[in-house]
Design a protein around this ligand. Structure first.
Ligand code: G6Q
Length: 553
């Protein structure tokens, strides 16, 4: 139950709360301590600062926290009514206040047989009905029962979508490629740059190609441009409007626009306004994922998501993985001045995971005002980026080790590989562990001198260390683990947004981009030189482009 005090504290400017001030005081002390000392003080730190949940082992011992910091962060979470926020989301309250919507991606992975009534309707009935239709369709395509217009079976699937309608599908396809049907070839087209479409389709046979057009609104300029290009490409080869029904399916909430485009609503898979784009990879937006890995693997992925949801909803905060992960990220961002988070999966299949997390975290928490429209008053989302290991080690890790910026790292590794090649997996994981160790402990000048390094080179070969990192280690990358991992980051993002008091589920900055390009698009398309009223720089760029552009198709 929410106490009156907790409600009041939850509404007070964050930086004015007693918990925030206590954390600031503690940070001033902890900033002076090196991870070397924290480890020296406690021989059990490695075991104590770790958590095992839903198959994920989360080691935060190399974060610059101690017991007091964790306790204060937990107190902050309580004071900001995190429990109430979690309950409100799972209940279906309209917590996306600026768009007046519920936020129910957690419903997409609730098992059959449960009920979740929102506004008088059981949303789970709709979720499972769509999942079943998706499964029937995917089985037909995968078995060859679904034929193209000329009677050929489908061999190529092209997902057309952007943002949340692209990043989840492409990330999940790459992550679970080991589980995919290799008789089907998958491409992903997102950019309005025609090169994306041209390169994705140049070697495809239209008679054997299926387009999955993913757009929640079905009004997104990039996606519609690419979908129309696909339509022309298909008709140019197959020469018959009736081919569209065999080569196009849509995933959308907007039936009217889907019909207007010419896709049969029988070939449309729906979802709901309470699924945000960046939280939609486990809705029908995951149709390409299901086509690749099959319905059972898709269900296993949903089960992994759900297991993490249940852990998040039910576990006391001190043992709650997303809560601790989120709070430690917030500690780094707000109290240690860490500006960015590098996500470093030591797993080639997770090569698109950092890009996926960029949208999830930065679109959700890249905000400057609270739900009430007041300045947050503290830093919000850090910059998230990353690359798979070991590739990153040979490029940007230099800056993390010896640069002047403060960067935190999330290392992600798996004990088993799907592709054992000699002893390469051990080599990969040795690199992961070695990097975490080196970042934490560094190398002192005395250690460098003791190696006989000439004095002039000592400063260059000294590593300050004390760079915070977490390691998420799990058994192997399978559909269930992927679901749990994504849900971990979804909820960690939620935790941070709840504490900052922002709406993590709107994206007015994205909407702005959608509007701005329309005006200039008309000016570029105009046959007569248009009268321009932008700033002088933009006007000059438009004129130069109009003079120099190449021929259009
Ligand atoms: C995600 C955002 C955004 C969105 C794209 C595509 O949370 O809202 O990235 O997914 O702009 O939108 P449509 O799916 O409507 O085409």
């Amino acid at each position: 139950m929410k106490s009156k005090t907790s409600r009041t504290t939850a509404e007070r400017p964050l930086a004015a709360t007693q918990q925030w001030k206590a954390l600031q005081r503690l940070a001033a002390t902890l900033k002076r301590r090196h991870l070397r000392e924290l480890f020296a003080d406690d021989a059990q730190r490695g075991e104590r600062c770790a958590l095992d949940a839903v198959g994920l082992y989360f080691d935060y011992a190399k974060q610059r926290v101690d017991e007091r910091a964790v306790a204060l962060l937990l107190a902050l979470a309580q004071a900001r009514d995190l429990r109430g926020r979690i309950d409100a989301m799972f209940r279906g309250d309209r917590i996306n206040t600026t768009e007046d919507r519920s936020v129910l991606h957690v419903a997409l992975r609730m098992p059959k047989g449960k009920r979740l009534v929102v506004d008088g309707r059981d949303v789970l009935a709709g979720v499972h009905e769509v999942l079943e239709r998706m499964a029937v369709f995917c089985e037909r395509v995968r078995s060859g029962a679904w034929k193209g217009h000329t009677g050929e079976r489908i061999r190529h699937v092209v997902n057309i979508g952007i943002g949340g309608s692209d990043l989840g599908p492409v990330m999940a396809y790459e992550a679970l490629r080991h589980y995919s049907d290799r008789a089907l070839d998958f491409r992903f087209v997102s950019n309005v740059d025609g090169t994306d479409f041209a390169e994705a389709t140049r070697d495809l046979d239209p008679a054997r190609t299926l387009f999955v057009v993913c757009s929640k609104t079905f009004t997104t300029q990039e996606t519609l441009a690419n979908a129309h290009a696909a339509r022309r490409w298909c008709l140019a080869a197959l020469g018959d409007e009736r081919a569209i029904a065999k080569h196009f399916v849509a995933v959308s909430t907007n039936r009217g626009e889907v019909e207007r485009f010419g896709i049969d609503p029988a070939n449309m898979f729906g979802f709901w306004d309470w699924v945000g784009g960046r939280y939609s990879m486990d809705s029908a937006i995951g149709l390409s994922t299901m086509l690749a890995i099959g319905p059972q693997n898709f269900r296993d992925m949903l089960a992994g998501f759900h297991a993490m949801d249940e852990h998040f909803r039910k576990t006391p905060f001190e043992r709650n993985l997303p809560v601790l992960h989120g709070l430690i990220g917030l500690w780094n961002a707000n109290f240690l001045g860490v500006e960015s988070l590098a996500v470093l999966p030591y797993e080639q299949y997770l090569k698109r995971f950092p890009a996926y997390l960029q949208q999830l975290t930065m679109e959700s928490n890249g905000k400057r005002v609270t739900r009430a429209g007041k300045p947050v008053g503290v830093e919000t989302c850090p910059i998230v980026w990353g690359e798979p290991g070991t590739n990153g080690q040979h490029s940007f890790y230099q800056l993390i080790h010896q640069g002047t910026r403060k960067i935190a790292c999330d290392f992600i590794g798996f004990c088993e590989t799907a592709n054992p090649v000699g002893d390469q997996h051990d080599l990969l994981i040795a690199n992961l562990f070695a990097q975490g160790e080196a970042l934490a402990f560094g190398k002192t000048a005395a250690e460098v001198r003791a190696e006989g390094v000439p004095a002039a080179l000592v400063p260059h070969k000294t590593f300050p260390g004390n760079h915070p990192s977490s390691t998420i280690l799990t058994r192997k990358l399978d559909p269930r683990t992927l679901g749990a991992l994504v849900a971990l980051y979804e909820h960690s993002t939620f935790v941070q947004g709840a504490i900052w008091g922002i709406d993590s589920f709107d994206q007015w900055g994205v909407e702005l981009g959608k509007v701005l390009a329309k005006r200039i698009g008309a000016e570029l398309a105009a046959t007569k030189t248009p009268k321009l009223a932008h700033d002088s720089s933009t006007n000059a760029l438009i004129r130069r482009y109009r003079r120099q552009r190449g021929p259009s198709a």
